[in-house]
Ligand binder design. Structure first.
Ligand code: ADP
Ligand code: MG
Length: 461
């Protein structure tokens, strides 16, 4: 039989390493804030790159015309066509196409990836209806959402710093991704100009601001995790150019690379990091984002199964396969509210080939998911609280003050227990007095519309 007392003891020890009481989260938020300062002071001053986006004006609602957006940065890429109608019309019409990226292209040749993208974009552009055609002589314009760290040289150019989230194409590092995309579009005979290169966090912020003028930050919780926010340009000491007229600049934090001795890192996280494509990098992202949560759960279950026969006398072979348990499946397990945990049983069978689990074992699997998901959600809340502190919105200067955080990404959108815990934790950090003046909103596909809006407001058509 299974010695559940021993299992619980082992689990309690893992849980204690993952624990994030309020005080510790506040320390993590302060550490994030300190790193933000350091990253704004000088290039290379911090693990947080605090990248300039060159987006220094936010949408007004007056944006008009037909614009394209392309969103590349995870498992899928999307192409989008938006018809903007100004203050009255808003988003008049919108159309999109989603294509999954063949895994071999994520680790192959640079040109192959961009050719694949340009080909899909070209197919999509060919479907333009008559009413959406641009006037004769006008070139199509595109906002390119590229969700990897980029050293931006201008609004419409930037070089790739490094890959994340399972992409690894060595030869692309240091290249201008807009130039690569432009060459690929030319090879397709596609007449389109890249007007803006934006990170998905920046797009989410801008798309969110279009709907709500109190949006101050954009956060991605999807395959990866990152955030962007509106900073006062005068505080960016590493910026030596002219100050923008607005006095503001959107900063892409690249918070996925945040690291601190305060982070609750276990042996499971260390082993996963060690075996990853980018060891030592993106440590915060590996604790928080959808690409990794299921994998951490798998590693915990494997360790327990190696010591105690929770899944039978032999360790299920599939449980030894890295990344076999994906976060959407973990989410399904975690949300099972049936008395006999039917969905948990089904998933264990389907995904891990484990049959006939007892209710106790199923409950235990749910507990492991709960630990990993809540650690992630609480850390994400601490990151957001760090931003709120940095921009001075953790106290009230005016009773009507409202701060909105626009969030997008499959993890936030679909993993309800995660999103609820994130919201609750942020309120816990803000305290009674402030908790109602900060609001989280789901910016559904804001990053695509955001990129089109940026292209529109910087268009020379
Ligand atoms: P990307 O981050 O790749 O641009 P998305 O924002 O759509 O794309 O996020 C996709 C990610 O969200 C997946 O990789 C997965 O980790 C997570 N995800 C998707 N669906 C769910 C779900 N039902 N439950 C939990 N996580 C999910
Ligand atoms: Mg995305």
């Amino acid at each position: 039989g299974i010695k559940w007392g021993k299992v619980k003891e082992m689990f309690a020890e893992i849980q204690s390493k993952c624990a994030l009481p309020t005080e510790k989260l506040k320390q993590i938020a302060s550490a994030m804030e300190t790193e933000m300062h350091a990253g704004l002071a000088s290039d290379g001053g911090s693990k947080l790159k605090m990248l300039l986006s060159y987006v220094d004006k936010l949408p007004t609602g007056d944006e008009k015309g037909l614009f394209y957006a392309l969103d590349l940065g995870g498992t899928n890429f999307r192409v989008l066509r938006v018809q903007l109608g100004g203050k009255k019309g808003r988003v008049v019409d919108q159309d999109h196409l989603e294509v999954s990226i063949p895994p071999h292209l994520m680790i192959g040749a640079c040109q192959d990836l961009f050719d694949f993208i340009a080909e899909a974009l070209s197919r999509f552009a060919a479907l333009e209806s008559e009413e959406h055609k641009l006037p004769e002589g006008k070139q199509r314009e595109l906002g390119f959402t590229f969700s990897f760290p980029v050293k931006q040289l201008s609004l419409s150019s930037g070089t790739l710093i490094k890959w994340t989230k399972g992409f690894s194409i060595e030869e692309a590092i240091g290249k201008d991704v807009v130039a690569e995309l432009t060459k690929a579009m030319e090879r397709q005979g596609l007449d389109m100009k890249v007007t803006a290169l934006v990170n998905d966090t920046v797009g989410t912020l801008v798309g969110g601001r279009y709907d709500d003028s109190d949006v101050m930050a954009g956060v991605i919780l999807g395959t990866g995790s990152n955030a962007a926010y509106v900073e006062r340009a005068s505080t960016i000491s590493k910026w030596h150019g002219d100050l923008p007229q607005s006095g503001e600049m959107v900063i892409n934090m690249e918070w996925g690379n945040f690291k601190s001795p305060l982070l609750p890192i276990t042996e499971f996280d260390e082993a996963m990091d060690f075996e990853s494509l980018n060891p030592g990098e993106q440590i915060f992202e590996k604790l928080v984002s959808g690409m990794y949560l299921g994998e951490v759960v798998r590693r915990v279950l494997l360790k327990v199964a190696q010591e105690y026969p929770i899944f039978g006398d032999i360790v299920p072979p599939k449980l030894e396969t890295p990344f076999i348990l994906r976060t959407p499946q973990m989410s399904k397990i975690h949300h099972d509210s049936s008395p006999d945990l039917k969905d948990v049983g089904t998933k264990l069978k389907e995904v891990l080939g484990i049959h006939n689990t007892s209710l106790k074992t199923r409950k235990f699997v749910v507990d492991v998911c709960d630990m990993v998901a809540k650690r992630a959600a609480r850390l994400a809340a601490a990151g957001i609280y760090g931003i709120i502190k940095k921009i001075g919105r953790d106290t009230k200067s005016d009773p009507k003050q409202r701060t909105v955080i626009a969030i997008d990404g499959g993890l936030f959108e679909h993993y309800t227990i995660f999103s609820k815990c994130l919201d609750d934790t942020l309120k816990e950090l803000l305290g009674e007095e402030m908790k109602n003046s900060v609001v989280i909103t789901h910016s559904n596909d804001g990053s695509g519309v955001g990129a089109a809006l940026i292209a529109a407001s910087h268009s020379d058509n």
